[in-house]
Design a protein around this ligand. Structure first.
Ligand SMILES: Nc1ncnc2c1ncn2[C@@H]1O[C@H](COP(=O)(O)OP(=O)(O)OP(=O)(O)O)[C@@H](O)[C@H]1O
Length: 258
């Protein structure tokens, strides 16, 4: 039986940062259709750190792709900050992602023929920041993420952990309200996993809303809410009692416990 939280009707005032109702997505490949997401209701409030866990093939990545507009649902709706996204064009989604949704992937997805500094500054320039401001933003993030001195490196010259930190900087350079991460430590060793988990926790403590997909319990333990995903559905949705309520994430914890 599904134990997902009841999702209130979206309304513009006091709307969750992200809200999904009845999301369904089936992949039609060569063989049998894969019913990856079979009806998901979900609300994520500002400041929450949500980990989506579950077995391989459960549909976690598909769900994350739906939440970021990288894939379209077959049915169901998605609201960003109270605004319905159903009618967004691809161009509109791309613009919204640049401004409002940072995304980190398992394999970094950096542009291999651009320096790591350019990888991070490019999305800032695309939102209209001046060259100087984009550079300043990038410099702050590089200092924060321990990437100083790596500016001119090409992605392929960095370790996996360093590349993921660059990807994190790129995702955050426009200060998006929402950060989505798909197995951010999935291709990292233990040290890289600890590092990226610590950084995500740090950004969350400052109020960053995060939704990540992971099969790694070490990464999930940094979240203050864990959703167990099974066979395309939310099987469980719970605040972690052991996690201290941090930043604005406390609202999500109190909401569940109250
Ligand atoms: N582009 C695609 N075309 C066809 N089938 C797909 C596609 N993407 C995912 N699937 C299928 O949809 C189902 C859910 O896949 P998804 O990657 O969302 O699960 P997951 O829980 O993220 O798995 P993993 O942890 O292994 O990444 C699987 O059966 C998968 O094979």
């Amino acid at each position: 039986m599904s134990r997902s939280r009841p999702v209130p009707e979206p309304c513009a005032q006091d709307a969750p940062l992200l809200q999904a109702t009845g999301l369904v997505k089936t992949h039609y490949g060569e063989g049998t259709p894969a019913h990856a997401v079979r009806g998901v209701d979900l609300a994520v409030r500002q400041g929450e750190f949500v980990a989506v866990t579950g077995p391989s093939g459960a549909g976690k990545s598909t769900l994350l792709h739906l939440l970021g507009g990288l894939q379209r649902p077959d049915s169901g709706s998605l609201w960003l900050d109270g605004e319905r996204t159903d009618a967004y064009s691809e161009a509109r989604w791309a613009a919204e992602r640049r401004r409002r949704i940072g995304i980190v992937f398992q394999f970094f997805n950096l542009v291999s023929n651009l320096s790591v500094a350019d990888n991070v500054e490019l999305p800032a320039l695309l939102t209209g920041l001046s060259t100087r401001k984009a550079r300043t933003e990038r410099e702050h993030l590089f200092a924060e993420l321990g990437l100083e001195g790596k500016e001119r490196s090409m992605p392929g010259e960095l370790s996996g952990g360093e590349q993921q930190r660059v990807a994190l900087a790129r995702a955050l350079v426009n200060h998006p309200p929402l950060l989505l991460a798909d197995e951010p430590a999935g291709s990292l060793d233990s040290r890289g996993t600890r590092e990226v988990t610590r950084l995500l926790s740090r950004f969350h403590q400052r109020g960053q809303t995060i939704v990540l997909v992971t099969h790694d319990a070490r990464v999930a333990s940094a979240a203050d809410r864990v959703i167990s995903f099974f066979d395309g559905r939310i099987a469980d949705d719970a605040a972690l009692d052991t996690a201290p309520a941090r930043g604005t994430g406390i609202s999500g914890v109190l909401e569940l416990k109250g």
